[in-house]
Design a protein around this ligand. Structure first.
Ligand code: CMP
Length: 139
């Protein structure tokens, strides 16, 4: 089925001015960017977005990193978009990511891994509504 997923191009990628290169991989992979905006997260926003990881050892460092430079948040649409996007991104740790994936091409380390993508359709809906209202999404 056609789905939508929430994607974030992370600070390591915006800082290196490679958002277009990342978007090219999404588009070449069959996903359509149906909403997109660049913003600088506050620490509170990062903490709220990643609340599911609040008990993890890397949570504070992750939230500091996510507000260290702008991000590009986007809604990607396509057939099985959640799974498809995770294939295009590659493994969380760039060291384990397959050839041709975003994280293999651009990720620096397990934290600065260039992109985030929703892990399920249920979380995609929650994450999309965190950043976008309905009128901002044009499918
Ligand atoms: P993401 O897919 O956005 O989900 C949670 C993020 O936490 C992950 O990508 C990484 O940026 C970060 N992360 C995951 N595991 C680790 C780890 N072991 N150490 C540091 N950061 C991590």
């Amino acid at each position: 089925a056609v789905e939508r997923t929430l994607s974030i191009i992370k600070p390591d990628a915006t800082a290196r001015n490679i958002t277009g290169k990342v978007n090219a991989l999404f588009e070449e992979g069959g996903l359509r960017i149906v909403a997109q905006k660049r913003l600088h997260l506050t620490k509170a926003m990062a903490q709220q977005f990643y609340a599911v990881h609040a008990e993890r050892s890397f949570y504070d460092e992750l939230c500091e990193y996510m507000c260290s430079a702008p991000v590009v948040v986007q809604v990607l649409e396509g057939e099985s978009a959640v799974t498809r996007n995770r294939e295009i991104m590659g493994a969380t740790n760039p060291a384990n990511a397959a050839e041709g994936t975003v994280r293999k091409a651009f990720g620096l380390n397990v934290q600065e891994n260039s992109v985030h993508g929703s892990d399920s359709p249920e979380n995609a809906a929650i994450e999309i509504s965190f950043f976008f209202s309905g009128i901002e999404i044009a499918g």
